[in-house]
Ligand binder design. Structure first.
Ligand SMILES: [Zn+2]
Length: 218
């Protein structure tokens, strides 16, 4: 049975769960009596694309038990084809109602991308692949007012929120049918709080002009 929560209720559950975590009174017990029942199947209510950063453990910061969240994690919380496939699986097969792209303050992957764009400092191995995926968000915020690093973190979230529906017909169709909503948030590693910045619930545009949706790699 898929979740009985609506997309709006799923977002509210994440907000209240994060409030419990941030205030130091979480209640999720990962070894609760319902654990064995999950052997029969899963019905996560939300999908989260988050960063690999050890300070941002997704289930913990939203105070959720196993079976609740379908999570994709990659340094820099950006979409690639594997991540997109996982999210499509969560939408199409598991009927999750909400997709959240979650960035965070002091993201090391975005910092490396900033150093690459600003100073031309690349990284060895596959780390550069990650930098290349985040660099467009850094370039797009070069002339914005305020802190370039913070702006790039926020733009990287927006860009990947937009990419969900721009790249995936499965997700776009589910959003059009109002079965799924998409949101973006930023987690504070200082306070433990998530601020939801952008959301299709708030009329967030499906396609941003800055995002070159069909121009090649993510
Ligand atoms: Zn990060």
């Amino acid at each position: 049975m898929p979740t009985s929560l609506s997309a709006a209720e799923a977002l509210e559950e994440l907000k209240t769960g994060n409030a419990r975590f941030a205030s130091g009174v979480p209640r999720a017990d990962p070894f609760n009596s319902e654990l064995a029942a999950l052997a029969g199947g899963q019905s996560p209510f939300a999908i989260v694309l988050g960063c690999s950063d050890s300070r941002v453990p997704i289930e913990i910061i939203f105070d959720q038990v196993p079976g609740s969240l379908f999570v994709v994690r990659v340094a820099g919380n950006f979409l690639d084809s594997d991540g997109l496939g996982s999210i499509e699986l969560g939408v199409e097969h598991l009927k999750a109602k909400l997709i959240v792209v979650l960035g965070h303050e002091h993201c090391g992957a975005v910092d490396l991308a900033l150093k690459y764009v600003r100073d031309g400092r690349g990284q060895p191995g596959y780390v550069q692949e990650i930098i290349n995926a985040i660099a467009p968000a850094v370039r797009a915020t070069r002339d914005e007012e305020g802190d370039w690093y913070e702006n790039a973190i926020a733009h990287n979230v927006k860009r990947n929120v937009t990419a969900l529906t721009a790249k995936s017909n499965i997700i776009a169709d589910a959003v059009d049918r109002r079965e799924v909503k998409v949101a973006g948030g930023i987690y504070s590693v200082r306070t433990g709080q998530v601020k939801f910045k952008v959301s299709s619930c708030d009329g967030y545009p499906k396609v941003m002009p800055l995002f070159e949706a069909r121009s090649g790699s993510f």
